[in-house]
Design a protein around this ligand. Sequence first.
Ligand code: PHE
Length: 342
Amino acid sequence: MLDRIEKLRADILEESGNIKSTDLLEQFRIKFLSRKGLLNDLFEEFKTIDKTEKAKVGKSLNDLKNFAQNIFDEKKIQLTKSKEEKKSVTDYTLPGRTYNIGTKHLITQALEEITSIFERIGFKVYDGFEIEDEYHNFDALNTPDYHPSRDMQDTFYLESKGKDKRYLLRTHTSPGQIRVMEQQQPPVRVIVPGKCYRNEAISSRSLAVFHQVEALYVDTNVTFRELKGTLDYFAKEFFGKDLKTRMRPDYFPFTEPSAEVDVECYLCKGKGCRICKYSGWLEILGCGMVDPNVFDIVGYDSEKYTGYAFGMGIERTLMIKHGIPDIRMFYENDIRFLKQFK
Ligand code: PHE
């Protein structure tokens, strides 16, 4: 019988290691300590053994019982303690956890602001296509076959095998002009905001993807003066009231005459600084009067109607407005950069 007592001691010791919850503790109690438990079985048997052995066996048996009871008591204390500890983990006096709440990206914010500036003076928004065909991106914009912007290096052409047209990622928002004019007769007053793609070498000033906002206004008697006035209005609204604008002659295949617009440097107010390369001026968009050839292509009466158009680079405009030194910062999604523009 002494052997069986030692065996049970080993079992109790082994099982005591597994008591990790009050349920397991209860199972332990039932198995070893309860009235129908294994210890009690031994005590029943103890009654039947030879008197000469009783003193010795009785002592071991009592030791074993105390051993099991101690384990039970100790585990019980441990378990209730850890339960209480768990309960008190929440300290309601601590300040609450704060979460980073996302905001609209700087570019989205700018597109919305620019859209609202033009909506106030009667422009409607037209969503162009990012995937365009060669016709809308070039031909219909009076861009001849030999024009360098058609070169494979500047344009991402798409696999167009088996298709009747050659497709590409639009290189500017100007094809939006053609799409609008194909769909409606003058008067037309729209802006086309969106992404454009060019196969550029990546640097602090250019990326293969960027945003533009295109504007087109066609009616009878639209003049260059109105174009100038509209751009002045925009610059004042977007950059602040006392910023001057100026125009320089330029060339685009789809406008005649054409111009570039400069804005007085936002940072130095025209005095000259690093951002404006000490000229006091920064270039933000291309514009001009719609070339009559374009009207002929879309079927507008070029004798009756005139119009102006412009296309503005958004990243460029924002770099100027906020003094952002590298265009790549817009797309790195560094929260320290983004959260400055809430
Ligand atoms: N599409 C021209 C560009 O991307 C800008 C432009 C738009 C010029 C409309 C004139 C009129 O550079």
